[in-house]
Design a binder for this molecule. Structure first.
Ligand SMILES: [Fe+2]
Length: 304
């Protein structure tokens, strides 16, 4: 699959994150699930139980890799040792694409283990895109970069977050993992219109979406992934699906993890919005449908 041709080619259905509390249930009950997202770092080991479980899962299910430590936006050079381990896992899973975050998180080899927001400047977009290209060329797999939730901004930023994301993915010629919950969280924290964000990214590059639950505090919202998806996030998801087409959708539930069935049933709520998007697409004329597919990179339509 070409790196820039995600449109319509990643309709994997609705998946959930593969998490330890569910291993036994999945292996014993073999529930019907479209696909699982795995955290690459949990399986970058030489052997043992994690890889045994992964191999058994892969006998039954499609698996897509998601990473949390690439730090495309860090000024540090790429960690070749890390990349070699990641490539071994990519070969094992045959992941159709690989995602990680549009963020930074290390300085001079010291890692923060946080997904820190980028300064939205053209210079940092160029450097980040170059790193994404290097990683893709080494791993030989299409890359999707994910927008993070954020709680701080930089005075030096020259553009909006969605303009920055668009600039990076166009320059890198890569895909987007659009996390609509992260967009909602950041929009509330920084007072921007989340619909403007979704309208403003190159829709044909969106290869995957994330939904998740968040927690409201008095002065900010935190991306906690510890309960069901809230209604405003589902509405954003519905809007994004109409614009981007049906892509692989993944529910993230990482804390206070309930039963497998509860997590999976929450994820399957996405079907309602996918069906709505498909019905809306059938109603539009072929000409207007094609027009939306051909949106020039970075073009924006500010209507909610
Ligand atoms: Fe996410």
């Amino acid at each position: 699959m070409p790196a820039n041709a995600f449109n319509g080619q990643t309709d994997y259905g609705i998946g959930i994150g593969l998490r330890k509390p569910h291993y036994q249930h999945i292996l014993e009950q073999k529930p019907t699930v479209d696909w699982f997202e795995i955290i690459s770092e949990n399986f970058m080991v030489d052997g043992g139980r994690p890889l045994e479980v992964l191999d058994q899962i892969m006998e039954q299910y499609r698996v897509v890799q998601h990473g949390v430590s690439m730090y495309f936006g860090s000024a540090d050079k790429i960690d070749r040792t890390h990349l070699k381990k990641l490539k071994a896992l990519v070969k094992r899973t045959k992941t159709p694409w690989l995602s990680d975050h549009l963020c930074w998180g290390s300085v001079d080899g010291t890692y923060t283990h946080d997904l820190l927001p980028m300064p939205y400047t053209s210079a940092s977009a160029r450097r980040t895109a170059e790193k994404i290209r290097q990683v893709r060329d080494f791993l030989e797999v299409p890359i999707c970069v994910e927008n993070v939730s954020s709680y701080a901004e930089y005075h030096v930023s020259e553009m909006t977050e969605w303009e920055f994301l668009s600039e990076v993915v166009e320059e890198a010629d890569c895909g987007i993992l659009l996390d609509v919950n992260n967009i909602y969280v950041s929009a509330q924290n920084h007072d921007f219109d989340p619909y403007a964000y979704i309208n403003g990214v190159p829709h044909h590059r969106v290869g995957q979406m994330h939904v998740a639950g968040h927690t409201k505090f008095e002065k900010y919202i935190l991306d906690t992934h510890d309960h069901p998806v809230l209604d405003p996030v589902w509405k954003l998801y519905a809007h994004a699906t109409k614009l981007c087409g049906v892509t692989a959708t993944l529910l993230e539930w990482d804390d206070k993890i309930p039963s497998f069935d509860e997590v999976h049933n929450e994820a399957l709520k996405a079907n309602e919005f996918i069906d709505g998007a498909k019905a809306a697409k059938r109603k539009v004329t072929p000409a207007s449908s094609r027009q939306s597919d051909k949106l020039p990179a970075g073009s924006r339509r500010y209507s909610a």
